[in-house]
Write a protein that binds this ligand. Structure first.
Ligand SMILES: Cc1cc2nc3c(=O)[nH]c(=O)nc-3n(C[C@H](O)[C@H](O)[C@H](O)COP(=O)(O)O)c2cc1C
Length: 170
């Protein structure tokens, strides 16, 4: 079975996950490529497809690519600003999954929190004092919590997820 990891990552969070997950795939019949770098092999059997969430989902180009990938098993992974919220992760997964071609199959998804640029926190600060302070304070607390992610524990969980997927497939 040939494994292909394809990822997109604007600030490096998902890239970190992608590299750890790639290393956890056993054997030599595997490859990893950054989506923006062009050559996207279509001859693998299993695709790990990773993305950072921006404005609610992943890039349109990646969704388009996924929709053109036929007769494959696809495993999604990604990072997003919000941490430890399985319900939110499931919504993100379902939105992305909807783009997968009918003759391909999504067999798993792993999401975790990723740090955000300081400009996001500054924007929250600017929003304070306009009647939504409780909500904004919660968003700032989440921002601060995200600062260390993906951390070693996230990477270990990602590796364990890959190992579980491989066991299921073999
Ligand atoms: C402009 C921008 C928009 C974002 N939009 C969302 C969002 O809609 N939902 C979310 O959970 N996280 C959002 N985030 C946080 C990113 O998903 C998070 O930082 C992620 O780890 C980025 O991954 P990457 O570096 O691999 O692209 C956003 C971050 C930025 C900078």
């Amino acid at each position: 079975m040939k494994y292909q990891v394809i990822y997109t990552s604007s600030t490096g969070n998902t890239e970190k996950m992608a590299k750890a997950m790639f290393a956890a795939i056993p054997g030599l019949d595997k490859d990893i490529v950054r989506f923006e770098e062009g050559m996207l092999p279509e001859d693998a059997d299993i695709y790990f497809i990773g993305f950072g969430i921006h404005k609610g989902t992943c890039s349109m180009q990646l969704l388009d690519f996924m929709s053109e990938l036929h007769h494959k098993k696809i495993i999604l992974f990604g990072t997003c600003g919000l941490g430890s919220d399985e319900e939110y992760y499931k919504c993100l997964e379902d939105d992305v999954k909807a783009w997968i071609a009918d003759d391909s199959e999504c067999i798993g998804c792993f999401m975790c929190q990723g740090k955000m640029p300081i400009s996001v926190r500054n924007k929250y600060m600017d929003m304070m004092g306009q009647g939504n302070d409780e909500k904004i304070e919660k968003m700032i607390r989440n921002f601060d919590k995200a600062m260390t992610h993906p951390d070693e524990s996230d990477l270990r969980n990602a590796v364990a997820f890959v190992e579980g997927m491989i066991r299921k497939l073999e």
